[in-house]
Design a protein around this ligand. Sequence first.
Ligand code: ARG
Length: 271
Amino acid sequence: MKKFLSLLLAGTMLFSMAGCGAPEEPAADNGADETAAEDSAAVTTVQDGLLIWGTNAAFEPYEYMEGDSVVGIDAEIADAIAAKLGLTAQVENMDFDAIVPAVTTGKVDIGLAGMTVDEDRLKNVNFSTPYVEAGQAIIVKDGSDIASAADLSGKVIGVQRGTTGDEYVSDDANGVGAASVERYANGPDAAQALLTDKIDAVVIDNEPAKKLVANADGLVKLDETLTSEQYAIAVAKDNTALLDAINNALSELEADGTLQTIFDKYLNTEE
Ligand code: ARG
């Protein structure tokens, strides 16, 4: 994970270092800090002083409810970026397929939701530098006759509506051959439908799949992943100042180990 992030963020790092002005900080500083500070002056957000992030908080470990609070990897990243920009992060919890529209209509500043960079979304929003490598996984009930992707043919598959998992199993070009695709508001609802035999399998992102299996009795995740995806932060096309500031903040958070600390807290690295 760490290596991959370094690679993903390396380009941004070079850019931010090359673009920074006269260093006012000690030589030990790589110049990235004042870059974020400089950026923050130019940044405008929906509401002064706030960085409003749209998410769907039913996607543990990236975002989920703990009591009344939204917690998880993305929640901590939102706080860390906001701090870099002198803003306070404020979450707006909504349906996953409402997030990109919320960004484009200026209801929220960013979409931060374990959101995969994909062609369709790129028509409507810009994406930051990717911060996670992910893929779609398959969950089945214990004792299922589905042991691999090939066995999904002719089966009823549950997904979260509007996700890349939905797209993947719904697009005939991928040859999954589902008998039907059942679309749920979120992953836990799909997992519940699987437990009660309404569907034969769930296709959902790999780390959330691990959590769904860990949180329920009688579900297993297959080892195979169906796709290779990258998560990034969605920003309105016209707010390039915010996009730049977020990219610089991400590269700083990568360089100073903050991102790794956040991942280590939520991801089970033993697998
Ligand atoms: N990575 C997938 C996508 O971008 C699923 C994301 C779902 N996120 C969520 N917070 N429910 O479509």
